[in-house]
Design a protein around this ligand. Structure first.
Ligand SMILES: [Zn+2]
Ligand SMILES: [Zn+2]
Length: 306
């Protein structure tokens, strides 16, 4: 199974009478939200091939390139990256140029920390250019309980609010709320299990997805923990993202989906038909970032002019 939601949904008719399976528990805990999603998934075209593929991938941590293609998911999205508008080291122009010429991504989202200006300006640049990839405006919100991605939004959402309130504000704008790099016990901006449990049992608030592959240091070990918890308990659609702060790490994490456009990836997330993939950042990505921050904080040397 490449992600839990699909398995629960596809097997729903078998699970319902039993009443004890994880799928049923998942549904019972937030009946309205889950049933709404189930209806939409059941109405969508889930092929036999998808069912077989999902079952075959049950124990796999993430989907590889070959698996993605053999299961009809040629689209590759990276929906979490940073520019100079927050703590990234690449400008929005460089990010667009790099994505166009050095990646095979179909869709990207720029998600600066608590900032949307760069992402909106990047969309303007993207709209004026002739880019082969699609673009989504986003923000990474620092909620009180940890970082959360807001995709398909138009207005900045302020940091420091509860995660439930932040999710509501995303949904009010018609956006998608995705918890970023969860369940990292060391990183203080990572949502912990208690918070995810709280959202999962809340009847009125729902997450649209969970990042179970984050290519940065935040994902080391935590990716596996988040995948396991999500597949056993939560059953939210799973995404993979790079969390790139440098050009070369763009695309290191990805979300596989059927299609090639921003609307396609949105449909895939909403239907629970997306899958996480990718690798971790390379050593050079860390070195480049460290060098940048050291230089930024180094005091200016006085130059003696003769
Ligand atoms: Zn973050
Ligand atoms: Zn980030």
């Amino acid at each position: 199974m490449y992600q839990g939601v699909s398995l629960y949904y596809i097997n729903l008719p078998h699970y319902l009478p039993i009443g004890q399976d994880v799928g049923t528990r998942c549904i019972a805990s937030s009946a309205n939200i889950q049933l709404r999603k189930i209806t939409s998934v059941m109405n969508s075209n889930i092929s036999l091939n998808d069912t077989i593929g999902t079952t075959r991938l049950k124990k796999r941590r993430q989907m590889t390139l070959d698996q993605a293609h053999s299961h009809g998911k040629p689209g590759r999205a990276d929906l979490h990256m940073h520019s100079t508008y927050s703590d990234g080291i690449a400008t929005i122009e460089q990010i667009l140029h790099h994505t166009q010429h050095n990646t095979n991504l179909s869709v990207i989202a720029l998600t600066d920390h608590d900032e949307i200006e760069g992402s909106l300006r990047a969309r303007d640049l993207w709209a004026k250019g002739k880019y082969r990839f699609d673009y989504i405006v986003g923000e990474e919100i620092s909620t009180r309980e940890g970082h959360m991605l807001a995709l398909f939004i138009e207005k900045r959402i302020a940091p420091g609010l509860s995660i439930e309130r932040s999710i509501d504000l995303v949904h009010e704008q018609g956006g998608l709320a995705i918890v970023a790099h969860p369940m990292n016990r060391i990183f203080r901006h990572s949502c912990q299990r208690e918070v995810l449990d709280r959202i999962h049992t809340n009847q009125d608030v729902w997450l649209d997805g969970i990042e179970t592959w984050n290519a940065s240091f935040c994902g080391i070990y935590a990716n596996r923990v988040a995948m396991s918890a999500n597949r056993e308990i939560y059953g939210w659609p799973e995404l993979g993202n790079s969390d790139a702060h440098t050009l070369n790490s763009i695309g290191r994490g990805c979300t596989w989906f059927n299609g090639s456009t921003a609307q396609d990836v949105r449909n895939a997330i909403e239907a629970g038909q997306c899958a996480p993939g990718g690798r971790l950042w390379r050593v050079n990505d860390y070195l480049r970032l460290a060098r940048h921050h050291i230089n930024k904080h180094r005091p200016l040397r006085r130059v003696r002019v003769a």
